[in-house]
Design a protein around this ligand. Structure first.
Ligand code: DMJ
Length: 665
């Protein structure tokens, strides 16, 4: 308790030093000086010379010692700058990595290759874009939500943000141009480049900038609208919840930020990219006691980091890629070497889902592009060996139906389980996609992959294709124990793009025919719906009845998660055919996203009901793939520049992260 009364008075003894100061001390000093002088005079000349020599000798030694002590500081300073250079290289990685860094072609002048939209005012809202009332949340007059350090940073001048990045001892190459001029003129990669090492990532040649068209600008505006909210409400977290202006966590690893890095690069959002890069450098830490899904981490985090590394040439991303890749490896410690679905990246333990020891077939066969590329870059074979082992094993496995695979595989026995159900949708989709894409990635030499892919497509044709009514749209249904179901997931809409990519790479022409038909079907899954947005799953009408649409939607399936597959396929088809209708279809889809999923205060949200234009029921979640895939594919679809991610140089992983096609040995 406090007492209000004053503290008791204390009596102190006062000591005066006057006597000492006034006489004694000074007197004794003078006395000592006189006595020393007397003693010195009493010495012989020889004795005095010896003493003087000794003093001189000690003085010289002192000077030499001082000089030697100063030297380490000097070398420390120069070592610091050496370390600064070495920091551009990836610690612990073999020289092979450094050799694969893309080498800048020109200096800062190249920044002009592509316009930097990050500093522009967003283009005006396109006319006629008005969402339903509950999504028309008015933006606050003044932004008072930026409480995070990072958010505050962005309020600074972009130049200031750039300056801060420079102090982080790192180089950023923007489309082939070195941004950080403090970097030594010759990048480390160039110094260690060895001709026989694995060939580098595809470095973008400097070229004349292709002016952006109105549709591309609209995609940039959409991205910036989404990013603005991510920055304000969920910076560094996994997913934006745009309606509640908060965030959701899945792995706690900044999933959206990592997933969006290469999109920002491709869209030319320089300041945004640099700010995100700074977060990766300072905040992204994989040493966390957290369970992550192997597949999702591989395609989003590992894939995102690897592609950003290739596009930017910034070794920070390779360093992080190696870190997460290594931490995911315990997943392969199973009796069958078929990986578990989940890994604790901090503890180095892995496990299947709680209810089963099965893994999903699509998941264990759709991590290969990423781990194979990681091996190529690091020179460490363990990554590729692990994932190639899975493919080899699946190649020989019984239980397929004319190339179609079941959806589950057991991590103990290594056998397929739940036999008899075949789909190109959830749990099997990207198995087919990655067969083709690994074959392309590896220079079209791995015949087993090609064989399995072609067989799989034959299986689709034999068992899963039907025509709808009334438009006779070709669709891909499902087979369950011999019974056909006219159900098609939106996820299946990756298939037209994959088929077109295969045909472009020399596979049978009827793959392209099927691609064209299925692309039309996927477009109709949007066009025939009230909001112009596809539901998660449709059922195709197979019986001719008056006034019926091809597309039927069940109540449980009428949500839209901002998925990319249809616009992904439209992009491939436009690239390979040049038919502008694909761009027009993509534009319609973007307009519908803007109309029904755009939150006025920032961000886009998944919705519950694509059949209700007046109330699509926002789910309050923006999936990371909206930025990683949907907007990226739309941007590329609207581009007429075939060199903007050239499909003969890059192969997209299943999360739309472009990885280089390996140059032939
Ligand atoms: C993404 O994570 C990937 O495209 C994956 O292959 C399927 N699901 C989502 C997008 O729909």
């Amino acid at each position: 308790m406090y007492s209000a009364s004053p503290p008791p008075r204390r009596d102190f003894i006062s000591v005066t030093l006057g006597g000492v100061e006034g006489g004694g001390y000074n007197n004794s000093k003078a006395w000592r000086r006189r006595s020393c002088l007397r003693k010195w005079k009493q010495l012989s000349r020889l004795q005095r010379s010896v003493i003087l020599f000794l003093f001189a000798f000690l003085a010289v030694c002192g000077v030499i010692t001082y000089a030697n002590m100063a030297e380490p500081w000097k070398s420390l300073t120069s070592r610091a700058s050496e370390e600064q250079k070495a920091d551009q290289e990836v610690p612990g990685l073999k020289p092979a990595n450094q050799a694969v860094l893309p080498i800048p072609k020109k200096a800062d002048a190249n920044l002009g290759d592509y316009p930097d939209f990050s500093l522009q005012k967003p283009p005006k809202q396109l006319p006629g874009r008005r969402g339903p009332p509950h999504l028309q949340i008015r933006p606050p007059q003044k932004d008072t939500t930026k409480t995070q350090e990072e958010a505050a940073k962005v309020e600074q001048e972009p130049a200031q943000v750039e300056r801060e990045h420079k102090t982080e001892k790192s180089v950023i190459r923007w489309r082939g141009a070195v941004i950080d001029t403090e970097q030594s003129p010759e990048p480390p990669s160039r110094k260690v480049k060895e001709p026989d090492k694995p060939s580098p990532a595809v470095s973008e040649e400097p070229k004349e900038p292709v002016p952006l068209n109105e549709r591309q600008l609209a995609v940039i505006e959409a991205f910036r609208h989404a990013w603005k909210a991510y920055r304000e409400f969920s910076w560094g977290h996994d997913e934006l919840k745009p309606v509640s202006k908060s965030y959701g966590e899945w792995f706690g690893l900044g999933l959206t930020l990592i997933d969006a890095l290469d999109t920002m690069w491709i869209l030319g959002l320089k300041a945004e990219f640099q700010e995100a890069r700074a977060w990766v450098a300072t905040h992204l830490n994989f040493d966390k006691n957290v369970d992550v899904n192997l597949f999702e981490s591989a395609i989003r985090i590992l894939g995102g980091l690897l592609s950003t590394y290739h596009l930017s040439g910034d070794s920070l991303f390779l360093e992080k890629a190696k870190d997460i890749g290594s931490r995911l490896m315990p997943a392969f410690n199973t009796p069958s070497k078929i990986p578990f679905s989940d890994v604790n990246i901090g503890r180095g333990t892995a496990h299947p889902p709680r209810w089963t020891s099965d893994s999903t077939v699509a998941e264990v066969t759709s991590i290969q592009l990423e781990f194979r590329e990681l091996s190529r870059l690091t020179g460490e074979e363990k990554f590729q060996n692990a994932v190639d082992g899975v493919m080899k094993h699946v190649h020989t496995l019984p239980g397929k139906n004319d190339g179609l695979v079941p959806m589950f595989i057991n991590t103990n026995s290594g056998q397929f389980t739940h036999l008899g159900v075949y789909t190109l949708g959830a749990r099997a989709d990207s198995y087919y996609e990655y067969l083709l894409k690994q074959w392309i990635q590896g220079g079209k030499k791995e015949n087993e992959l090609l064989e399995d892919y072609v067989k799989g497509i034959e299986g689709v044709k034999m068992h899963l294709l039907r025509k709808s009514q009334p438009k006779r749209l070709t669709f891909v249904g499902e087979l369950a124990h011999g019974r056909f179901s006219a159900k098609m997931d939106h996820l299946v809409c990756f298939l037209p793009g994959a088929l077109a990519l295969g045909a472009h790479n020399g596979l049978p022409a009827d793959h392209m025919d099927l691609a064209l038909e299925l692309a039309e079907t996927c477009y109709q899954m949007y066009a025939q719906v009230e909001t112009g947005l596809s539901p998660e799953i449709v059922h195709f009408n197979m019986h001719a009845q008056k006034d019926q649409k091809d597309v039927e939607i069940k109540t449980a399936d009428r949500h839209n998660l901002l998925r990319p597959e249809t616009v992904e396929s439209l992009f491939y088809l436009y690239r390979f055919t040049g038919d502008k209708k694909y761009q027009d279809w993509g534009w319609e889809i973007l307009e519908s996203f803007n109309k029904y999923t755009r939150v006025a205060t920032g961000g886009y949200t998944s919705i519950n009901n694509v059949q209700s234009p007046s109330n699509p029921e926002p789910r309050d979640k923006m999936e990371s793939f909206f930025l990683s895939e949907t907007l990226k594919y739309l941007f590329l679809l609207f581009s007429d520049d075939v060199d903007l991610i050239n499909l003969d140089k890059y192969v997209f992983n299943t999360e739309a992260h472009p990885l280089p096609i390996w140059p032939s040995a």
